[in-house]
Ligand binder design. Structure first.
Ligand code: NAD
Ligand code: FES
Length: 293
């Protein structure tokens, strides 16, 4: 069992938990994720890793209430325990695997939208730990939905906060801040990392394509097994079939077919929709388990 050591409400419907999971904490890297299961009958819930403490053996997760399982999870307190806490899954962020001297030569711009701020945090923290000052934009619908402001301020070079309704700091969406920094202020970046709702990542990529700014996104389609077998998280990237859980979750944002990914996300919700996808996608529908008949 994986005990909850801290449970905290960050904002409306958004919660943070520190979970005792020493094996995951020992090996996880920024960019990876875990799949949790509350009990024997529980749904498998994929969650990006927000932080980890190798010494204490803990992993921090942040989640939003989106259905019955996450609603039940939000009611859990310190001392409750997950039956399964599987990970780390997926590939670490590219820069973790690169020569650090090459990474240091680049200027990074991180763009976090809403709950997507949680997976951005460990990446910016990693940068800070390696002596790299990255600029960070955090966007939230409104002041009350802004999360992790203080922790992010501690690790970011410059932090730009924006709210859609102007209730705190800048007014407008993250794309407006990118435009302001690059076009109006003439700031130069080599890489943009954008993580948030798919619609945000789509529009960030449309803009950064125009600005000639290479952009990495972290895709969060529906996931079931997290091992490349079920096909739930199938995406098209550069015209090729990819599975977010094993090939990603991070991809070259300029190559991702966001419209298809968003449409598939909707269709996948119903049994009829899944049957249609099986028919349309044929042999490439899943990674090979053959269990979806
Ligand atoms: P949200 O809808 O509140 O949006 C957050 C910010 O994204 C906005 O404040 C705005 O600045 C920007 N944004 C939204 N739409 C935009 C557009 N059309 N153009 C430009 N910028 C735009 O976000 P939320 O409610 O916190 O997000 C929830 C979604 O995020 C869920 O679908 C969840 O699955 C997803 N999510 C993704 C990841 C990931 O790894 N990609 C991680 C956690 C959550
Ligand atoms: Fe990725 Fe099943 S969740 S293939």
């Amino acid at each position: 069992m994986y005990k909850i050591l801290k449970a905290e409400r960050l904002a409306e419907k958004i919660y943070l938990m520190d979970v005792e999971a020493p094996r995951v904490a020992k090996s996880c890297q920024p960019g990876e994720f875990v799949i949790v299961k509350m009990d024997e009958k529980g749904e498998r819930i994929p969650l990006t890793i927000c932080d980890f403490d190798r010494k204490a053996g803990t992993v921090t997760i942040v989640f939003q209430i989106v259905g019955a399982s996450t609603q039940r999870m939000a009611e859990w307190k310190e001392g409750d325990a997950f039956q399964d806490f599987v990970g780390p899954l997926g590939q670490p962020s590219e820069f973790v695997k690169e020569d650090i001297e090459e990474v240091k030569k680049r200027k990074y711009l991180f763009v976090a939208g809403g709950v997507g701020t949680a997976p951005v945090y460990p990446q910016v923290k990693w940068m800070r730990e390696h002596g790299i000052e990255a600029d960070v934009i955090v966007g939230a619908k409104t002041k009350e939905l802004l999360i992790l402001e203080e922790p992010m301020r501690e690790v970011a070079g410059n932090l730009y906060i924006t709210t859609d309704d102007g209730s705190y700091m800048n007014k407008g969406m993250v794309t407006e801040v990118i435009k302001d920094l690059v076009v109006n202020q003439g700031k130069k970046y080599d890489v943009c990392v954008a993580i948030g709702p798919m619609i945000m990542m789509k529009f960030v990529c449309l803009l950064t394509k125009e600005l000639n700014l290479p952009t990495i996104v972290s895709m969060n389609p529906v996931m079931v097994d997290g091992t490349g077998m079920c096909g739930a998280c199938r995406l098209s990237v550069g015209g090729q079939v990819k599975f977010a859980c094993v090939d990603g979750p991070e991809f070259d944002g300029h190559q991702v077919n966001f419209d298809e990914a968003m449409k598939r996300q909707q269709i996948y919700k119903t049994e009829e929709g899944r049957a249609m996808l099986r028919m349309q996608e044929g042999d490439t529908h899943h990674g090979g388990c053959g269990n979806c008949q």
